[in-house]
Write a protein that binds this ligand. Sequence first.
Ligand code: FVH
Length: 287
Amino acid sequence: MKTPVTVLGLGAMGAALARAFAAAGHPTTVWNRTPGRAPDLTDVTRAKSIGDAIAASPLVVVCLLTNDTVHDTLEPIAPELAGRSVVNLTNGTPEQARRMADWAAQQGVDYLDGGIMAVPDMIGGPAAFILYSGSPVAFEKYQPALAVLARPLFVGSDAGLAALQDLSLLTGMYGMFAGVTHALALVSSEKVSPTAFTQDLLVPWLTAMLGTVQQIAKDLEYGAEPGAAGSNLAMQAAAFGNLIDASRGQGVDPGLLTPMGDLLKRAVEQGHGDEDLAALVRLLSER
Ligand code: FVH
């Protein structure tokens, strides 16, 4: 007998989660604030009320727009949730996750917070993973059911840790998107084909640079060999000015780049010119 699961929220992601549970044979009950969402979803039970939805399953998966929405949705039906496990896959901050975990504990609810590292089409596929933190008991018990969504990774009993690492991964992604956005604006200021540039140059370059990322992490964790930086910050700060000047010269707003240039300059001014990018990580964390 597969674990019965309730999914609250049938937006793009909630519908994908419900579809994966149903496809794997879990009796799946769904509820959404606005009826009629995800009309193509089959093999699920559409509950008439949120109370009916919760009563149907010991495992309740929530995927709404924001954590404030989650709290406002669950608060009125807290008594019905007692004794069940809630897995909240809504994007949020570590602080929100910890507040939700405290609230859940007060209601007698086993709580797991989660960060989905996938877009809806990836759910149930090999590249998707979901970070979980909070109740180790709930994770142990429901790991087989959660595994049908994406590779489940438990990152700690502090409920905030999944959100922390989820948001850190997203900042890495947005940093890359910011760079790609600027690069495409820059080449588009002349007669250069964006698709040819991306395929032949940008993607191979970014792929090669990805290979250097682990070294930054190692230098941060274990300390770098003095003078070992092959691309030291003083050199990078000097060259970075060209990125800004060339952008302005080509009529491209350098706004996505200037904060990085400012940080490089600050690092050099503070005597870190012969170090590598790990020094910037430390500078960012200084208050
Ligand atoms: N879609 C994605 O690519 C990302 C991948 C990583 C994880 N995120 C997060 O997942 C959460 C849900 O995202 P979504 O894509 O399902 O979002 P929508 O399609 O916009 O659906 C939003 C659902 O939230 C319900 N909702 C909104 N406000 C309320 C409210 N005040 N009370 C109750 N429910 C509410 C909405 O219901 P309705 O508008 O149809 O009534 C949808 O079910 C999100 O945290 C992403 O960051 C997705």
